[in-house]
Design a protein. Structure first.
Length: 376
């Protein structure tokens, strides 16, 4: 639930940014909507994640967090949410990110199937979103340092909640540079207990083995499987069963659930979901190349304009409400009565940026309606 901003000295500003509203609290940090003002009425909205103060006393966390944030800031791609700034002040570290007006894929799918009568997101739209996300992943996986060496950046938290879809119809990956540090925090504070989106982890991630780019591609395979079928793949009522499904249970074929899926789309999806890493696609580009060819031979690929139109169809009222960002005005920055975001249905604002890795801002049960092809 959205709350008004606490306009005290600590939260009124973060660096050069004026806090507009607190969006949510997570286990690692707090997410704010903020803006930077300039001359002649200029302003820019951003999303800011401020780490909780206790992490200032965790050097290993801070080192990993800042190192990966610096690497993630090197990603300049239309399908990746940009990191604008890594900052620190008396209250600790924060990350400033591009603000994306829109929703995350999980919320879009939930609304489409629950409220709008769609059994699944139209396949052409779903394939466009997956191809966009794969394009962003490829750019991230190929990021180089100052010496031109690929740094092997791995997202580690690819999920519907971290795929943002803007009102412009463009899908973007969010939360690069945060997942690894958050995983370390979970290990240090919970005695290596698993926590987070287990249903979107690869087996090697659950088994605490070294991860690589194919770990992210396995997660994209899960997203694709769920979009094609309208079912959850690995999610279960408890961690033990979820882990069993991820690591050991046979993976149902998409066509056994949704016969309209073409054999080639099914083959591509199951290849991405190979538990043996050498059998998966080696790169996001290779995954995307085969997926695009199969999509064009099947239902085609939605245009960016068509994705935007679907967003408007499903989330039109939420998008309109979210645009009513309160204008605090230069004359009275301390007036708390004006700094409430619309309370009628604020999920679209919450969905505009993912939580710090390991936390979910969604109140939905998950990315897609629960259901399995077989009994657990």
């Amino acid at each position: 639930m959205l709350t008004g901003v606490n306009r005290d000295a600590a939260e009124g500003r973060i660096g050069d940014y004026e806090v507009v509203a607190k969006l949510a609290d997570g286990g690692v940090g707090t997410v704010y909507l903020a803006r930077r003002r300039g001359p002649a009425g200029f302003q820019r909205l951003v999303a800011i994640k401020r780490l909780h103060p206790q992490f200032a006393a965790a050097p290993s966390f801070i080192t990993m967090f800042t190192d990966e944030a610096r690497l993630a800031a090197r990603i300049h791609h239309a399908n990746v949410v940009s990191i604008v700034e890594l900052g620190t002040d008396d209250d600790g570290y924060y990350v400033v990110m591009e603000y994306v007006e829109g929703s995350n894929l999980g919320h879009l799918h939930w609304r489409a199937t629950k409220d709008r009568g769609h059994r699944v997101i139209p396949r052409a739209v779903a394939l466009r979103v997956v191809l966009d996300a794969l394009s962003g992943l490829q750019a991230a996986h190929e990021v180089e340092d100052d010496d031109g060496t690929v740094v092997n950046l791995v997202h580690r938290d690819v999920s519907p909640q971290n795929i943002l879809i803007g009102v412009d119809g463009l899908a973007r990956l969010g939360d690069f540079g945060i997942a690894r540090a958050s995983a370390l925090r979970v290990f240090e504070t919970r005695g290596a207990a698993l926590k987070g989106k287990l249903e979107y982890m690869a087996p090697e991630q659950i088994e605490s083995k070294e991860v690589d780019r194919t770990t992210d591609l396995f997660a994209m395979g899960i997203v694709l499987w769920e979009l094609l079928t309208g079912r959850r793949l690995f999610s279960a009522a408890n961690q033990v069963t979820t882990i069993q499904r991820v690591c050991f249970d046979p993976i149902p074929s998409p066509r056994s659930i949704e016969p309209a899926v073409s054999p080639e789309l099914e083959r591509i999806c199951l290849k991405a979901l190979e538990r043996a890493r050498p059998l998966r696609y080696p790169t996001a580009a290779a995954f995307a190349e085969e997926l695009e060819a199969a999509a064009r031979a099947d239902v085609g690929i939605a245009t960016q304009r068509e994705v935007a139109a679907f967003m408007k169809e499903v989330l039109g009222s939420e998008l309109s409400a979210a645009r009513r960002v309160p204008d605090l005005g230069p004359g009275n920055p301390d007036d708390q009565s004006t700094n409430q975001l619309p309370a009628s249905d604020p999920m679209i604002v919450l969905a505009a940026h993912p939580a710090v890795s390991g936390d979910s801002l969604d109140t939905e049960p998950g990315a897609v309606p629960p259901g399995r092809a077989r009994e657990p």
